[in-house]
Design a protein around this ligand. Structure first.
Ligand code: PLP
Length: 653
């Protein structure tokens, strides 16, 4: 298995070796409770105090307070609770407090959610007001100036987690100059990447999170300006000078201390110039691999460690899958479910077109990145571009890639479009084309020299060009069959034999008598059937499937007991092509091509065990189910996919 390249630093980072050592040392040698008055406790307290002092020095906060907590979500709650409690007290005293809780439109969800929660619980009922951002992702300062007189509390961020856009904190401070509003700045993505001299600003609260900069998860800190109102979120034993009760996470504090020490000493992390150089290299490789790529935030105003981009014609899921196959970890710039990507609210707020906000990918690295890792990432990016071109998913064809042929399924949101491809004559039929896939299909056919396709509908039979119901298709024929209610099925035949029936949304019962019992039925929706089935298979009781799911141990046993077993990789061709070669030999049958291979498997005399695998186990389960339904008892799949497979199996990834 090739080495993982982790480019998702804005989600979380690995832990700095010195931080691991510091945590281990804190657990082994300095395990005292810092509230204990004996020597063991004093030693722990001294360690904790030294980390606090270091944080204060680094952040330039001489007189303010730094308290340790569990992370930025807690820090944000504490800041919001503190500000809102103070506003309620002021209002009860009869002071004017303003009517608005203003937050940047691109804030992390923790901010508006916390504002809404505590506003409701405290009965403040102030108005939550989204502060717009411009096309460059920066806060609209003119809008802020207009809101400032009515603002009670303002929440902005130092740098955005999706785009890396760096806020104009000086501009925000100037816009708030005349305002009484309290101000929180979420500094999570800024630590170690921006100079944060908090003591010289009027910022009241600044939350931080350890795991975004090489400390472990579960440790964070909150800066509170001297004189800023404060209400503890957690009450109890009075730890952290009564500001945050609960025995401190000493291992986390020690680890965070090691990261802060590395920042202070300045010889561990890459310089800004080096980080800018890394971004240039990655951007150049991305441009070469994905012509037409657009970057979603201007580089000049963004952290050099974050690249957010969209590629015309490619969904974020496809890009994530191909990068994951190449062992490059990136994330969707938007929340992404298996079938449909939800657009990114950050990119929507910047006014970017829908296609960009719904297909964005974020590539982010930390200041510990090495030149070797970036070079290897560039090589793999190019590999991914090549794999997608070979699969016809990018408009520029890859020379030498063989043309797809036979039956191909393209799915979107649970709907299936089927392509019938006759490579010798370069003819194609598209059954139930979905408009969202039009560009994809055109590009696939164009890049492999296919003629413009015939587009047929199963809903109403539209698209059939002749008067008759049978037409030639290369060495095959295609037949149109009318079903009830104006629906149609299309049969792909070899001579007198019906190989496939494409049935759209028709219930399987509606096919009785119209479609031969053994023809492979390819439906138009996932609910009817994920891959393919046959009327005979459906009529027979479903085979017992309880032994179908294999974990990696069960798979190892099966392979040992049955050396003739066939491993089948059902990931898409571009994911397989993006893999670094090596690992156990496997037959390549993307799920979209499964129907094309089923007849040969069903027809094999010996029917060896077929073990399907994919990235996470979803697609392979569909494939194994499909084969079992069709009567292939020896079909299995790897639960959890290669993401969870033991390295001993060495599946290609
Ligand atoms: N704020 C920003 C900008 C973030 O990126 C994150 C994490 O994704 C958070 C807040 C929440 O941080 P934590 O995971 O420490 O609760």
């Amino acid at each position: 298995m090739s080495k993982e390249i982790y480019l998702d630093g804005n989600a979380t980072t690995c832990v700095l070796p010195a931080a691991i050592d510091a945590a281990v040392q804190a657990m082994r040698d300095c395990f005292g409770n810092p509230s204990s008055t004996h020597a063991t406790g004093l030693k722990a307290k001294a360690m904790m105090d030294s980390v606090r002092q270091r944080a204060k020095r680094l952040l330039g906060v001489g007189s303010g307070r730094i308290m340790f907590n569990s992370g930025a979500t807690e820090g944000i709650q504490t800041a919001v609770l503190s500000a809102l409690c103070a506003l309620r007290e002021r209002r009860e005293r009869g002071d004017a407090i303003g009517s608005l809780l203003v937050y940047g439109a691109t804030e992390h969800k923790a901010v508006p959610e916390a504002l809404a929660h505590w506003n409701r619980l405290l009965g403040l009922n102030l108005e939550l007001k989204k502060l717009p951002v411009g096309g460059d992702g920066r806060h609209d300062l003119q809008a802020l100036r207009a809101l400032a007189p009515q603002a009670a509390f303002v929440c902005t961020m130092a740098a955005n987690n999706e785009t890396g856009v760096v806020s104009d904190l000086a501009g925000i401070a100037a816009a708030l100059q005349e305002s009484q509003a309290l101000w929180m700045v979420d500094c999570v993505q800024g630590l170690g990447k921006l100079a944060l001299d908090l003591g010289s600003t009027r910022i009241d609260y600044a939350p931080f999170s350890g795991h975004k900069l090489y400390a472990p998860k579960g440790i964070g800190m909150l800066y509170v300006r001297e004189g800023a109102p404060y209400t503890p979120l957690v009450m109890g034993g009075g730890q952290e000078a009564g500001l945050r009760s609960g025995t401190e996470n000493m291992a986390g504090i020690a680890a965070l201390g090691a990261v802060l020490a590395a920042l202070e000493q300045g010889d561990t992390f890459r310089t800004p110039a080096e980080l800018h150089g890394f971004r240039e290299k990655l951007a150049a490789s991305l441009r070469a691999a994905f012509p037409g790529i657009v970057f979603n935030a201007p580089f000049e105003q963004a952290l050099p460690t974050t690249l957010n981009f969209s590629v015309p014609g490619l969904s974020s899921k496809e890009l994530l899958d191909v990068f994951d196959a190449a062992n490059v970890r990136v994330s969707a710039g938007s929340a992404c479910s298996a079938a449909k990507a939800a657009p990114s609210y950050v990119l929507d707020a910047m006014g970017l077109p829908h296609w960009r906000s719904s297909s964005a990918v974020r590539m982010s690295f930390g200041p510990l990145a090495s030149a070797d890792t970036i070079d290897e990432a560039c090589a793999r990016i190019e590999r991914c571009g090549h794999a997608l071109r070979a699969a016809g998913l990018l408009d520029t064809p890859a020379g030498g890639a063989s043309a797809p042929e036979g039956v191909l399924q393209l799915s979107l949101g649970g709907n299936h479009t089927w392509l019938l491809l006759d490579a010798p004559s370069r003819q194609c039929i598209v059954i139930d084309p979905q408009p969202e896939l039009a560009e994809r299909i055109d590009s696939l056919l164009r890049s492999h020299g296919y003629q413009p396709p015939l587009r047929l509908s199963t809903r109403n039979g539209a698209g059939w060009p002749d008067a008759g119901d049978i037409r030639a298709f290369g060495a095959h024929t295609v037949q149109r069959v009318a079903l009830e209610g104006g629906q149609h099925a299309y049969l792909l035949c070899s001579g007198a034999q019906v190989d496939y029936a494409f049935t759209g949304l028709a219930a399987l019962a509606a096919l009785e008598g119209k479609v031969p019992a053994d023809a492979l039925v390819c439906a138009g929706r996932e609910e009817v059937n994920a891959c393919c089935t046959s009327l005979r298979a459906e009529a027979q009781a479903a085979a017992a499937n309880s032994d179908m799911h294999l974990d990696s141990i069960a798979l190892a046993h099966l392979l040992e007991a049955h050396p003739q077993a066939v491993l089948v990789d059902v990931r898409e061709a571009y994911e397989q092509a993006a893999c670094i070669p090596g690992g156990r030999a496997a037959q390549s049958v993307p799920l979209s091509r499964l129907a094309a291979f089923v007849p040969a498997w069903l027809g094999a005399a010996d029917q060896p065990p077929l073990v399907f695998f994919c990235r996470s186990g979803n697609r392979s389960a569909k494939a194994a189910h499909c084969l079992r339904r069709l009567g292939y008892r020896n079909a299995y799949h790897l639960s959890g996919g290669i993401a969870l497979a033991s390295p001993a199996l060495a599946l290609a990834a």
